[in-house]
Design a protein around this ligand. Structure first.
Ligand SMILES: Cc1ncc(COP(=O)(O)O)c(C=O)c1O
Length: 360
């Protein structure tokens, strides 16, 4: 199988999003292997086309970027695990700190190593995940200022429902923006270099969520529905075998699909072990020779059966599970067919180390 990543699409998305974010410091989020698109190559493309810095989740990812020769600033969105603090300081990474133990561990490490480290105070305004509660902010700021090596450069928070269109979600997101604005003002944080709240949906749908920084992930890869953004990922495999089965024949485990007439089927060496969800059984389409054709029966661990009626396709021909030429398969369809979000489809289909990833 192959994953093809369209460089042009990444470049064009980056430029569009850069323009929309104005002068805000633009953190391109490349965690989780660039949402399955290849972390290092995506990082280079984004930096060359307008990103100011990168953001990843944890230290290993930042080290991988650094070892690949990337010299930009890198923000650790989730902080670090106990024991990784010296690696963080040595790496010169920016860190989102979200509890007292992180501040203390990082503060002591920066003193031991005699090196400063840039920190962003992460505040929970409604995400209910990492971040200080509002009542803890004053004491967190005191602890940070107690360590001379800790340089507070930013304050941040995160949205849980900025991408949801219901009235309730929109009201919630607006109230978060208001709380964040008030917290920044009341704690005297507006003069920090980076005040940042917006993720992709924040940037695209809530212009007043853009303070002096943005952290943009999914939109860079085309996984959010917005005019002008392009999907970059294509996932393809090749037909392993073709055969014709008679009417009334059942296909694959569970016998959940039965032919009504003689049917030409193709078997592709791709299944849930490679991230093609079993929920695609009898639901998804693939693109073969520019035409959309359905998946027949259950997706297996390593094999899937597709309908080849009326398509002049043979063993060895390409089958696109995502993207394609002619009639394409979009990440929005795939996520609908298996009841998930575009993020998960990209990560599942693009994930794993043994995959071939090529920029085209
Ligand atoms: C703290 C934080 N900021 C920004 C992002 C980027 O979000 P999105 O991919 O929705 O742009 C993430 C991703 O999950 C995140 O965890």
């Amino acid at each position: 199988m192959e994953i093809l990543v369209e460089k042009d699409a990444l470049v064009s998305n980056m430029k569009l999003l850069r323009a929309l974010s104005g002068g805000a410091r633009f953190y391109a989020v490349v965690k989780s292997d660039g949402y399955g698109h290849g972390m290092v190559s995506c990082a280079r493309i984004f930096l060359e086309n307008g990103a100011d810095a990168l953001a990843v989740s944890l230290v290993d990812e930042a080290l991988e970027l650094k070892n690949a020769g990337i010299e930009s600033d890198i923000l650790l969105l989730a902080g670090f695990l106990p024991g990784e603090e010296e690696a963080v300081v040595r790496g010169g990474f920016e860190v989102a700190v979200s509890d007292r133990s992180m501040i203390d561990a990082l503060g002591r490490a920066s003193e031991r190593l005699n090196r400063p480290v840039k920190v962003h105070l992460k505040v929970d305004t409604g995400m209910g995940r990492l971040g200080f509660m509002e009542s803890e902010i004053a004491s967190a700021l005191d602890s940070i200022s107690g360590y001379k090596g800790l340089k507070l450069v930013g304050v941040m928070s995160h949205f849980p429902v900025a991408d949801e269109k219901s009235r309730e979600s929109q009201d919630f997101t607006r109230s978060q923006i208001a709380s964040f604005r008030r917290i920044v003002r009341e704690h005297g944080l507006s003069s920090l270099s980076v005040v940042h709240l917006a993720n992709s949906a924040g940037l695209l749908f809530y212009p007043d969520a853009v303070f002096t920084g943005v952290r943009v992930g999914i939109a860079l890869y085309g996984g959010i529905d917005y005019p002008g953004l392009r999907e970059a990922m294509h996932v393809r495999t090749r037909i392993l075998s073709v055969k014709t089965v008679p009417p009334g024949w059942s296909v694959s485990y569970g016998r959940t699909y039965r032919t009504e007439k003689p049917k030409r089927i193709g078997i592709i060496p791709f299944g849930y072990a490679l991230g093609y969800s079993r929920s695609f059984s009898n639901k998804a389409y693939v693109s073969v020779k520019g035409r959309r054709k359905p998946v027949l029966g259950r997706v297996c661990m390593d094999l899937t059966v597709i309908d080849l009626d009326g398509v002049d396709a043979h063993a060895g021909d390409y089958v696109y599970l995502l993207g394609g030429e002619g009639e394409r398969i979009s990440v929005f369809e795939l996520s609908r067919w298996c009841g998930t979000i575009t993020y998960e489809v990209f990560c599942q289909l693009g994930g794993g180390n043994s995959r071939i990833k090529r920029l085209v």
